[in-house]
Design a binder for this molecule. Sequence first.
Ligand code: ATP
Ligand code: MG
Length: 455
Amino acid sequence: MRIPAVARSLASVFAAAGRQCWLVGGAVRDLHLGRPLTDLDIATDARPEDVSQLFRAVIPTGARHGTVTVLFKGTSFEVTTFRTEERYSDGRRPDRVSFAPSILDDLSRRDFTINAMAWDLVRHRLEDPHAGRADLAARLIRAIGNPDERFNEDGLRPLRACRFAAQLGFTIEASTKEAIPRALGVVARVSAERVRDEIVKILGSPRPSDGFRLMHETGLLALTLPELASGDGLAQGDLHCWDVLTHSLMSCDAAPRDDLVLRLAALLHDVGKPPAVSAAPDGRPTFHGHERLSRSIATAVLERLRFPVAVTRDVAHLIGEHMFNYTEEWSDAAVRRLVARVGEQHIDRLIALRRADHAGMCPGNADAYPQGLALFAAHVRAVLDGAKALTVRELAVDGTDVMDRLGIPAGPAVGTVLAELLEAVLDDPALNERDHLLAIAERVYRERIVPGSRP
Ligand code: ATP
Ligand code: MG
């Protein structure tokens, strides 16, 4: 195993003090899989107060539960004293944590076999009492011991099972998976923040649909994202091959993996369809105005899951704008108006969302860049490259100029005039010059604001 040198070096400090030092959990799993390590978790027989004596920089992150963070040679380690957890009466946190004599006790409190291996950094050997290596080879997520008991102890674990399956491309072992529907009552008590963190990790995995499908099959989706689950079986017309749920999941897969906002927007862009559905005269389903409903439902979902305000706002905005209907007949002014409304900073994401939406319609679409969208993207580029003002702030005049020229005080009329000037410039960017704009300002003021007045 390619143990990081800094971990060996840390272990030598424990060894010199006669203490054990094991690399545990996700790091051991990921080392076996050849995946990059996210965090380095250490288990030891030393008590937190003893660990604090061994190193200079120790932060008591969870000292009550036996965990301290050690900053060592530029790397941070979570160091936890061997422990067992007793009785989870609320299905969220153990009532009591007791220190345990050996690494084996510590490993048996963990969730899945592949997460319950430990590498002895002092004596260089693996401890794998739950046959995690065999499950890694078989690509299985398997609860340690009795899955019903494991899930009843902590309702987050069923979500973690789906998350690891998506991240690693593994299958959930049959009896572990079958226990999930029986654990939904416990899952329902897990905090929104912990649920959110698992959903975010699923969204960052290669194919989020793997995780969400498992959640759907086991009842977790209906519990945590019922708005999405309700698209199951809802047929769509026209260009669509799939129902709303499958389409949403396929679109999510097609959105860029490193962009949480886009993956969320793709996942939730059609959550307004189930409540918006009605039948056209020919019997086909239509979803008139669904983007506005999708927008407000997605906002409620993300607020409930305590996503950051900025994420919720951007996702909702993209969803609300995703139904624009570009054709080659659109004038430059029409494109400029759309860009002005959407915001220049959001336009690339809106195009990416439409691309993901298209990719999620039918099997053959995944790699296609629809021609209409390519033309739209090029048209956007062209108008953005030209002389431009897409916001009032980019106009060649400001409120003071308008007030001076018209001889009026600050007030709503100034804003109205500026908004009219922007409209004029969106139609014809060549008008964005001081003299032109002030002349237009006079006309607007005379004709629309104070009919008959002569500033
Ligand atoms: P990643 O860091 O990639 O999310 P991980 O396996 O390291 O994956 P962590 O949440 O960092 O997951 O937890 C570290 C280890 O602690 C896990 O590998 C597992 O052994 C144990 N663990 C974490 N959460 C739980 C839980 N809810 N129930 C039981 N054991 C857990
Ligand atoms: Mg980890």
